[in-house]
Design a protein around this ligand. Structure first.
Ligand SMILES: Cc1ncc(COP(=O)(O)O)c(C=O)c1O
Length: 362
């Protein structure tokens, strides 16, 4: 009998791999949820930063792509994506000029929360001769960006509507303070409370005679409640496609597709193994990466280039040269550390994708 292929032997480490079957199942599962809703899916590109994955999400039925930065939008335009939301404020002359250059090549929308920024965007879009779509961001409890719901949002929307070059398209409200809360308990109630601030603001816009065509927000951890809510027109979920250890308990209906392959480089003690992936390959702001497919391995600490693991049982049988899989605790920031990701299926490497927007935080 031929030995089963082992993709790990084809890959030098540390390296990111994606299980393509799981990725495709996650994309199909999320899309099938939205096929039954009035809201659309606009997947967030900041998770994987990888155009081939964005293309798969679009082919499955996503309305467009969300991204966080102008640098990511540049990569998406280059990859031929035609409908892009930058779900953040684009502030400063250099960035706004780069944004304006994209307007003739794609339908671009940005979030705003400040009148002076609106004027700067307007001047650049008018000079570019192509419209820039605008969503007024409302702070629905996260305490990051956004104006207050109601009157303040209406005033800014009025300012946008009067500005040449800009098209007021609606509102953005992201309940980021709730996405990682475990399901059950008061999560749904709190999400509905946050969304009620958008309902209130849409009502205030309507009374002011300002048409609100789009309301965008939501994430992987709230897609069920937000995606089924009548006020929302699109959901910006990102992590569902590849998942990570952080989201495993929040949305277990999605499988883990993302791994870091690590080589054991040393066994200094009976209960300690050292791997070759440190904080230049994996991030830890949401905790340590988790071992996958092997029992008795616990990552205790990352040094710059080393994984310090406590091992017992099966884990204690590891020897230098063995390769194991770790599930990153936070996929979005881990992708950003790598140039490429390997797609694997049936035990073999099927493709190698450039993480084209890695490092594009500008
Ligand atoms: C504006 C915005 N929308 C949506 C998301 C949702 O991303 P995810 O689905 O990965 O939680 C994020 C995550 O940070 C975000 O900042």
């Amino acid at each position: 009998m031929k030995p089963r292929p082992d993709f790990k032997s084809e890959i030098d480490t540390p390296a990111l791999v994606i299980d393509l079957d799981v990725l495709e199942a996650n994309i199909a599962r999320m899309q099938s949820f939205f096929d039954g809703q009035t809201a659309n899916l606009r997947p967030h590109f900041k998770t994987h930063k990888c155009p081939p994955i964005a293309r798969r999400q679009l082919r499955a039925g996503a309305k467009g792509i969300t991204c966080a930065k102008v640098g990511e939008a540049e990569v998406l335009v280059q990859a031929g994506v035609k409908d892009i939301l930058i779900a953040n404020q684009v502030v400063g002359g250099l960035k706004i000029r780069r944004l304006a250059r994209l307007l003739r090549r794609a339908r671009v929308t940005v979030a705003v929360d400040e009148a002076r920024n609106v004027k700067d965007l307007s001047a650049a879009a008018a000079a570019a001769g192509a419209p820039l779509g605008v969503l007024v961001e409302v702070d629905i409890g996260m305490g990051r960006c956004g104006v207050k719901p109601g009157k303040e949002a209406v005033e800014l929307a009025r300012c946008v509507a009067r500005c040449p070059g800009l098209e007021f398209r609606g509102l953005q409200g992201y309940e980021g303070h709730l996405v990682l809360q475990a399901p059950g308990g008061d999560k749904d109630r709190l999400t509905l409370e946050a969304l009620s601030l958008l309902v209130k603001t849409v009502g205030a816009l309507c009374r002011a005679g300002i048409e609100c065509k789009e309301v965008s927000g939501g994430g992987t951890g709230t897609y069920r409640t937000s995606g089924a809510h009548p006020v929302m027109s699109e959901i910006q979920a990102g992590s569902y496609a590849t998942m990570d250890a952080r989201y495993a308990k929040v949305t277990p209906e999605f499988g883990n597709a993302l791994f870091c392959v690590v080589t054991i480089v040393n066994r200094p003690k009976k209960n300690v193994a050292i791997g070759d992936a440190g904080m230049k390959s994996l991030t830890t702001e949401f905790g340590m990466p988790q071992a996958w497919g092997i029992r008795g391995v616990k990552v205790e600490r990352l040094a710059e280039e080393h994984t310090l693991m406590r091992v017992r049982g099966e884990g204690a049988r590891l020897v230098p040269g063995d390769k194991i899989l770790l599930v990153p605790s936070h996929g979005c920031t881990t992708f950003n550390l790598h140039d490429r990701v390997y797609g694997v299926r049936d035990g073999s490497v099927e493709c190698r994708w450039r993480i084209a927007a890695r490092g594009r935080a500008e």
